[in-house]
Design a protein. Structure first.
Lengths: 495, 396
C-alpha cells in the first residue's frame, strides 16, 4: 500500500513538534515513546501498520483547535482516531504525522428526552449512548457490530450502519448536529436539536467524510423509543439462491424488517461452533429476520415472512419465543467475524453493496471467483439492504496468498460495481479501497470531491493518503480543465 | 421575457452551462418555476435555463423500492407511477403552488434542490434522507455523479446531500434517485381539542416519545380556525394502527378526550398541514418557516407574538413553525430572528415581495466560519458564479 512519501524536514523537527504539543496538552496527553505508541500502530485493518510520529490525546475542543492551528501553521499532517475499529485503514497513522486520539472525549453531555436527542462527546462508544438512555426505554438506532468499541465520532466519520439500519437508517439519518474543528483551528457548529440545515447541508457532507474535512468534537444524535416487541425468525434454505430470493421477496412484498441478515453454510457452521445458537447446520443459506413493533403487528409480520419463506423452499423456520431466544439467534450473527477468525489465520472483510435483486447473481459469481483464485470466501452480510461482507480466508504469512487475496477482493468489488453497486456500503474507503475508486468514479467525479476537500483543508493535512487514489494540489484543481475525461498530466506522481 | 436554454439531455445541459461560464453570464435555473418566487430575487439576468425538457422516469424497480428520474419530471408523474405499485416518496414533499398561487407543476429537480419535505419528515426523514444518488452538471459544465442506486453507500464524499437543499447554486441536477416505501396499509389521525400551544406541544412530545407508529404530529392553534386541533397521524398495518390509536388515547388521557379522524378527513387535514394551507391567504402576507427544537417552539412563539401580529401553526411535533406576518417594515425579520437567536435553529422567509426578499436575508444568516466554508464550496463547484448566483446568499 503506497502512502505519501515521508517529509524529512518534518521528521527532523520531531522534538520541536512534540514540545509544541506538550505546551498545548500538558501531562500524559502526549505520547512519543515507541512502547506507548504501539497500540495506535494500526486499526482493525491490521494487515497494514505504521507508527505515527507522535500521539496526542486532547481533552477539550480548545486543545484540538490549538493543535490543528499549530499543524496548519507548521504544515504537519494529522490523523484523527476514535476507537480504532475502522476496517478500511481510515485511522491508520502516517509516519510523518500526528495521531490525534479522541479517547478522552468520553462524556455524555446532555440527554434531552423532550426533544428526543442526546449530546455526547465523540469518544463515547456507540453502545454507550444506548446504555445512557435505555432505562427510560429509548435507544440510538444505528448499531454496528463493533458497537462496544467504536466511537460515535468514528461512526460520524464513517457513516456507519448496522443490523437495524434497514428500517432505521444509517448514522447520517440519525444525526442532528456536530461541533467540529477545521484544520485552521476554527470551531464550527453544524445543526443542533432541530431538523435540516438553514444553508448547505454541511452536516450531511461531514458524515462519512472519513476524517478528511474536520475533527468532530461533539455529536447530537436522535433517540428513538424502543419498539414494544421484537421477534427474530431463523430461516434455513437448501440453496444460497433460495435465501437470497427470499430476501428480495420479503422487500418486494412491502415488509421492511427491523433487520434481515444472511449467512452461508460455512459462516453458519463457524458461528454455531463458537456460540451454540442452535442454527441448522444443513442450510446452505441462513436468514435471520427481525420484526419489531406492537405485538399484533409482529405476529402478523412473522406469519407473512414465514409464508414467503415456505414459498421459496425454506427447510427451517423457527421463531424466537422470548427475548432470551431472540438474543441467542443474534449472538451467532454478531460473533460471526471472530468465529470465522477461528478457522483461518487471517481474513479480509469486504463491504461491497449491490441492488438486492442482484444478490443471487453476485453470490454465484463470487463462488466462481473463489474457485478461480483458490481461496475460500465466507459470507455474512446485511442482506436486507444488499450490503455484502464476503470474508476471504488467507494466511498473511504466505505472500502469494496475500497477493491472491487482494486480487480476489478487487475482483469481487469490481463485480459489485458492474451490477450497479458500489465499493463500500458502510466501512469506508480508507486506504483499503482507495486505489479502486477509479472503478466507480470518473476522474471528473473524483476531482470534484477533491475540490470539496480543498474547501476544508487546502494543504491536504488532514488524513492524507486516504480515500483519494491521487492527490492533486488544490490550486491545480482550481484551474484544471479536463477534456474527454483525460488528465492533462497523466504521469505525474500519485502523491 | 428573458432568453432561455432548454436542454434536452445532460450533454446539452453541460454545453449550455459551459457557454454561460465562458461568457461569464449568470443563469437563472428553473424546473417549472413553482418556487421561482422563493429565495433572493435574481434580477436582471439575461439568460435562464430550464430542465422542463429533461423529463421521464429513468429507473423504476418496484421490487427494489428504487426510483430514478430526470430533473424536469413533474412530481405528479412520479407519484402516479409509484401509486400503481402502492408505493410512495416517503418524505411527502409539500406543494408550493398553494402558497405561491402558481400553476406550474413542481418538478422533482426543484424538490431536491429545495430539500422539500412534509409532515412525514419526522418519521422517515427528509428528501435528503430518501435521496440516494444524483447526477449533476456543475458550474464548470462538468458532469458529476455521487451516490447511486443502492441502499447503503459510503464511497467517497457525499455530494448527494450537499446538493440537496442547495437551490441549484452548485450544480444543475440531471438525474435523481430515491429509495421509496410501500404505502401504509392504513392511516388515521388522533386529535385533541382545546389545547394551548404549551400543552399541545407536550401532548405531541408524549406521542412522539412512544412507539405507536406516529408518522406526523401537528398543532393548529385556535387563532387559525374556530377551535384548536392537536393531531397525530398513525400509519402502518391495520393491527399496529388500531393498537396505536388505543394506546395513544390512554397516554393522552391527562390531556383530554382523544378523537379519531379517518379517511378523507384525515388525509385532507394533512394535505393542509403539508402545504401550509391556512396561511396562503391573504396573498400579501409574508411567510416564514422556522426549524427549531420542539420544546423551544411555544416559548419562541410567545416571544414573537408579543411584538408582532402573526398567524401560525406547528408541524413536526413543534419542530417546524409556519408564520404569516404583514409584509411591511422588515416582514418581521428582526423579531423572528431575535426570538430564534438562542435556539440554534433557523428561519427562512418563504414568501415575500421581491422588494422585501431583496432587502432582508431570506435564508438564515450564517456564522462567519460556516459562511466562509459555504463560499469556498460554491467556488469549487461554480467558480464563474453562473448558477443561481445570489439566490441563497449575497455572493453565493
Ligand atoms: C468486528 C467489527 C465489526 C464491525 N461492524 C461494523 C458494522 O456492523 N457496521 C459498520 O458500519 N461498521 C462496522 N465496523 C467498522 C467500524 O467499527 C466503524 O467504521 C466505526 O464507525 C469506526 O469507529 P471508530 O471509533 O473505531 O473509528 P476509527 O477506526 O478510530 O476511525 C475511523 C475513521 O474515522 C475518523 N475519525 C475518528 N474519530 C474522528 C473524529 N472525532 N473526528 C473526525 N474523524 C474521526 C478516522 O480518522 C478514520 O478515518 C466493524 C468493525 C469491526 C472491527
Ligand atoms: C420570476 C418568475 C416568476 C414566475 N411566476 C410564476 C407565477 O406567478 N405563476 C406560475 O404559474 N409560474 C410562474 N413562473 C414559472 C414557474 O415558476 C415554473 O413553472 C416552476 O418553476 C417549476 O417549479 P419547480 O418545482 O420545478 O421548481 P423551481 O421553482 O423551478 O425551482 C426551485 C429551485 O430549485 C432550483 N432547481 C430547479 N430544478 C433544478 C435542477 N434540476 N437542478 C438544480 N436546481 C434546480 C431552482 O433554481 C430553484 O432554486 C415564474 C417564473 C419566474 C422565473
Amino acid at each position: 500500500m503506497e502512502m505519501p512519501p515521508l517529509d524529512p524536514a518534518i521528521l527532523a523537527r520531531r522534538s520541536d513538534i512534540v514540545a509544541a504539543l506538550r505546551a498545548i496538552v500538558p501531562g500524559e496527553g502526549v505520547i512519543d515513546d515507541l512502547d506507548g505508541m504501539r497500540p495506535y500502530e494500526c486499526d482493525a485493518l491490521s494487515a497494514y501498520r505504521q507508527m505515527p510520529m507522535v500521539v496526542v490525546l486532547p481533552e477539550t475542543a480548545a486543545q484540538v483547535a490549538a493543535i490543528l492551528r499549530y499543524c496548519q501553521d507548521n504544515k504537519v499532517k494529522v490523523v484523527p482516531r476514535g476507537g480504532g475499529t475502522s476496517l478500511s485503514g481510515g485511522s491508520m497513522p502516517i509516519g510523518d504525522g500526528i495521531l490525534l486520539a479522541m479517547g478522552k472525549f468520553n462524556r455524555v453531555l446532555e440527554i434531552d428526552y423532550a426533544n428526543r436527542c442526546a449530546r455526547v462527546q465523540p469518544g463515547v462508544t456507540n453502545l454507550g449512548v444506548t446504555k445512557a438512555v435505555e432505562h427510560e426505554g429509548f435507544y440510538y438506532a444505528p448499531d454496528p457490530s463493533s458497537q462496544i468499541a467504536c466511537s460515535i465520532g468514528g461512526n460520524v466519520a464513517e457513516n456507519s450502519g448496522g443490523v437495524h439500519c434497514l428500517k432505521y437508517g444509517l448514522t447520517t439519518n440519525n444525526l442532528l448536529g456536530i461541533e467540529m474543528v477545521l484544520m485552521n483551528g476554527e470551531i464550527v457548529r453544524l445543526g443542533g436539536k432541530h431538523l435540516d440545515a438553514g444553508g448547505y447541508d454541511l452536516l450531511g457532507l461531514m458524515t462519512g467524510s472519513e476524517g478528511l474535512l474536520g475533527v468532530v468534537t461533539e455529536v447530537t444524535v436522535r433517540l428513538l423509543r424502543k419498539p414494544s416487541t421484537a421477534r427474530a425468525v431463523l430461516l434455513g434454505f437448501p440453496t444460497e439462491a433460495g435465501a437470497a430470493d427470499c430476501v428480495a421477496a420479503v422487500i418486494a412484498s412491502g415488509i421492511i424488517p427491523g433487520g434481515m441478515e444472511m449467512m452461508d453454510k460455512d459462516a453458519t457452521k463457524c458461528a454455531e461452533a463458537y456460540v451454540g445458537a442452535g442454527y441448522p447446520l444443513d442450510a446452505e443459506g441462513l436468514l435471520i429476520v427481525e420484526l419489531d413493533g406492537p405485538p399484533v403487528e409482529v405476529d402478523y409480520l412473522v406469519e407473512r415472512v414465514a409464508d414467503i419463506a415456505k414459498g421459496r423452499g425454506a427447510t427451517t423456520i423457527r421463531v424466537s419465543h422470548d427475548e432470551q431466544e431472540r438474543v441467542l439467534f443474534w449472538a451467532g450473527r454478531k460473533a460471526a467475524f471472530p468465529a470465522v477468525g477461528q478457522i483461518s489465520p487471517d481474513y479480509m472483510c469486504l463491504d461491497g453493496s449491490v441492488p438486492r435483486g442482484k444478490l443471487v447473481e453476485v453470490l454465484a459469481e463470487m463462488r466462481r471467483l473463489s474457485k478461480q483464485y483458490g481461496l475460500r470466501v465466507v459470507n455474512v452480510f446485511h442482506a436486507g439492504d444488499g450490503n455484502l461482507h464476503p470474508l476471504i480466508l488467507f494466511d498473511a504469512n504466505d505472500p502469494d496468498e496475500l497477493r491472491r487475496c487482494e486480487e480476489l477482493g478487487a475482483d469481487i468489488l469490481r463485480l459489485c460495481v458492474r451490477v450497479g453497486g458500489v465499493l463500500t456500503g458502510e466501512h469506508g474507503v480508507g486506504i483499503e479501497k482507495r486505489d479502486l475508486m477509479g472503478v466507480q468514479f470518473t476522474e471528473i467525479d473524483l476531482d470534484q470531491q477533491m475540490r470539496v476537500k480543498c474547501a476544508f483543508d487546502p494543504d491536504h493535512l488532514l488524513n492524507p493518503g486516504k480515500v483519494f487514489p491521487q492527490l492533486r494540489r488544490c490550486a491545480e484543481l482550481g484551474r484544471l480543465v479536463v477534456t474527454q475525461n483525460r488528465l492533462p498530466f497523466p504521469d505525474i506522481p500519485r502523491f | 421575457m428573458t432568453d432561455c436554454y432548454k436542454p434536452r439531455d445532460e450533454c446539452g445541459l453541460s454545453s449550455a452551462i459551459k457557454d454561460a461560464a465562458t461568457a461569464k453570464m449568470p443563469l437563472v435555473v428553473r424546473g417549472a418555476g413553482s418556487k421561482s418566487a422563493m429565495g433572493r430575487p435574481l434580477g436582471g439576468y439575461a439568460m435562464s435555463l430550464t430542465t422542463e425538457r429533461m423529463r421521464g422516469v429513468s429507473l423504476y424497480e418496484p421490487t427494489e423500492l428504487v426510483i430514478g428520474a430526470l430533473p424536469g419530471t413533474p412530481v405528479s408523474e412520479i407519484d402516479r407511477m409509484l401509486a400503481k405499485h402502492n408505493q410512495m416518496l416517503p418524505f411527502e414533499p409539500m406543494d408550493h403552488r398553494v402558497l405561491f398561487g402558481t400553476s406550474a407543476e413542481p418538478t422533482i429537480g426543484g424538490i431536491v434542490a429545495g430539500n422539500v419535505s412534509g409532515p412525514r419528515r419526522i418519521a422517515v426523514g427528509a428528501c435528503r434522507d430518501s435521496l440516494i444518488g444524483v447526477r449533476l452538471v456543475t458550474g464548470r459544465g462538468d458532469v458529476v455523479k455521487s451516490g447511486g442506486r443502492v441502499m447503503k453507500n459510503v464511497t467517497g464524499l457525499d455530494l448527494v446531500k450537499l446538493n440537496c437543499g442547495a437551490w441549484g447554486t452548485l450544480g444543475v441536477l440531471s438525474e435523481v434517485i430515491f429509495k421509496v416505501l410501500p404505502k401504509p396499509a392504513r392511516s388515521l389521525s388522533v386529535g385533541l381539542g382545546g389545547m394551548n400551544d404549551t400543552t399541545a406541544i407536550a401532548a405531541l412530545t408524549a406521542a412522539l416519545g412512544s412507539s405507536f407508529a406516529v408518522s406526523a404530529a401537528a398543532h393548529i392553534p385556535a387563532s387559525i380556525g374556530s377551535d384548536s386541533t392537536t393531531i397525530v397521524r398513525l400509519e402502518g398495518s391495520d393491527g399496529s394502527v388500531a393498537y396505536g390509536a388505543r394506546e395513544l388515547a390512554k397516554l393522552w388521557r391527562s390531556f383530554g378526550r382523544a378523537e379519531l379522524i379517518e379517511g378523507d378527513e384525515s388525509a385532507n387535514l394533512w394535505l393542509r398541514v403539508r402545504d401550509a394551507h391556512w396561511l396562503a391567504q391573504p396573498m400579501d402576507r409574508s411567510i416564514w418557516r422556522l426549524s427549531l427544537a420542539p420544546s423551544k417552539a411555544p416559548h419562541v412563539l410567545a416571544d414573537i407574538r408579543q411584538k408582532l401580529g402573526v398567524r401560525y401553526f406547528f408541524d413536526w411535533g413543534g419542530g417546524l413553525v409556519w408564520l404569516a406576518v404583514v409584509d411591511a417594515d422588515d416582514a418581521g425579520a428582526s423579531v423572528v430572528r431575535e426570538a430564534m437567536a438562542n435556539t440554534g435553529g433557523h428561519a427562512t422567509l418563504v414568501r415575500a415581495s421581491s422588494e422585501m426578499r431583496h432587502r432582508i436575508d431570506v435564508f438564515e444568516p450564517l456564522p462567519p466560519a460556516v459562511l466562509k466554508l459555504t463560499q469556498e464550496i460554491k467556488k469549487c463547484f461554480d467558480p464563474d458564479r453562473v448558477l443561481n448566483f445570489g439566490r441563497m446568499y449575497a455572493g453565493i
